[in-house]
Design a protein around this ligand. Sequence first.
Ligand code: CA
Length: 306
Amino acid sequence: MRLGRVAAVSDTGRRRRRNEDAYVCSPPLFAVADGMGGAQAGEVASRLAASVLEEPLTPGEAGEARVARLIQEANRRIYTRSREDAAASGMGTTMTVALVEADGRVAVGHVGDSRAYRVRAGALEQLTDDHSLVAELVRGGRLSPEEAETHPQRSVITRALGTDPDVDVDTFTVEAQPGDLYLLCSDGLTSMVPDEQILALLERHRDDLDAAARALVGRANEGGGEDNITVVVFELVDGSPEDTARMDAVEEDTLSELDAVPALAEPRAHVPRRRSDERRANLVGMVALLAALAVIAALVLWGLLR
Ligand code: CA
């Protein structure tokens, strides 16, 4: 078993001015982070968290231990930054990480109300528990899932990165099967699109994960787009782990707003952005070459005609 196709889309939505979500789509590591805080602090928090995942591996570390260490490291950096920088005070972020191991198992680490789902045999299963006020009330039997959906405090989260020196991280490992589809997403998707529709859209676009990711974001915007929407999808397929996964991430125009994030020296975690920059550079080179050839052809023709 090995990783198959992957795709990712992040969108500002229709109501927010900025996109405070970040994601990582660097097979075999995937993550979403949903930042919060005044001014631009939410963006700083989620991007700090994502940047930690782009760093070199610690030797000998794998699975849940690695995922937990990465999230703790992200927490430490956000907490430190928020203590040093008054503008970043009180910032935080959710983070849901999935690491596909060489044997095909998937290690998950999770803090907050972003989610990891799995689609298998036509069913959508939420793998993570929301660390939110309403989810705790539902688990305690004091609120029905239906009441939670419309509760005025449904966006209040009970655990986040960056608010304390240490964070309690949920970690677990799931046994994957060929054909499994995994979805990581921020609450901008799940607060706008019910699970049945998420499943229906993923199944409808099962042959094209880019289209699937775009369809999910599109549906969240149709539903109101009240929050930033981020979707990362990957599949597991038959084959040997040595086969390289196809990188299929999608860049949305909203990602250009990342350039406006202040005082964030860390490398960005948006792999598709770098790929897109390369594509743009290649395109510019190609246009310049064609223009030069056209000039030479014109000169030769002019010489022949004289
Ligand atoms: Ca959100």
